[in-house]
Design a protein around this ligand. Structure first.
Ligand SMILES: [Zn+2]
Ligand SMILES: [Zn+2]
Length: 150
């Protein structure tokens, strides 16, 4: 497969990962997998939370796909790269910009970043499993714009 085909697959995987992550977050993490995800909604006791296990699983999956796909130049490579890229963006926006797990001084002012932060803060309004909103990580609808017109 050519570099362009692999790049296209990676890009498509990246976009689909947001849809997939939204679905998993809404129906599994706030459902049967709440016992893992609750550690992310309750006050933190340390740097590690059991919810991080989900990220580690995606890391292992993408690493496996990249290694396997690189050998035969198959589509698995593009999918693995797409998942890895999504993981990087997720870590940057969700863990660093929103939850500040790594302290950075930079204040973001871009309206879309502010919208994302606001949407996720709304998601964290509840510490229980049910009645949460805004399950996306890299996409938030316009209703979370800072200047909200209801
Ligand atoms: Zn949640
Ligand atoms: Zn969060």
């Amino acid at each position: 497969m050519s570099v362009f085909q692999q790049g296209g697959i990676a890009l498509l995987t990246f976009v689909l990962m947001e849809v997939w992550a939204w679905w998993v977050h809404k129906y599994l993490l706030h459902g049967p997998l709440w016992f893992l995800h609750r550690t992310h909604h309750e006050p933190q006791k340390g740097w590690w939370e059991w919810n991080d296990l989900v990220s580690l699983l995606y890391g292992a999956l993408s690493t496996g796909l990249v290694i396997y796909g690189a050998q035969g130049q198959s589509w698995h490579l593009g999918v693995g790269i797409g998942i890895a890229l999504y993981g990087l963006f997720y870590f940057f926006f969700h863990d660093i910009i929103i939850h500040r797990r790594i302290k950075i001084r930079y204040k973001f002012t871009h309206p879309y970043v502010l919208r994302l932060i606001r949407a996720h803060k709304m998601h964290h309004k509840h510490m229980q499993r049910d009645n949460s909103e805004a399950f996306g990580f890299l996409y938030a609808t316009r209703r979370y714009n800072i200047k909200r017109v209801d």
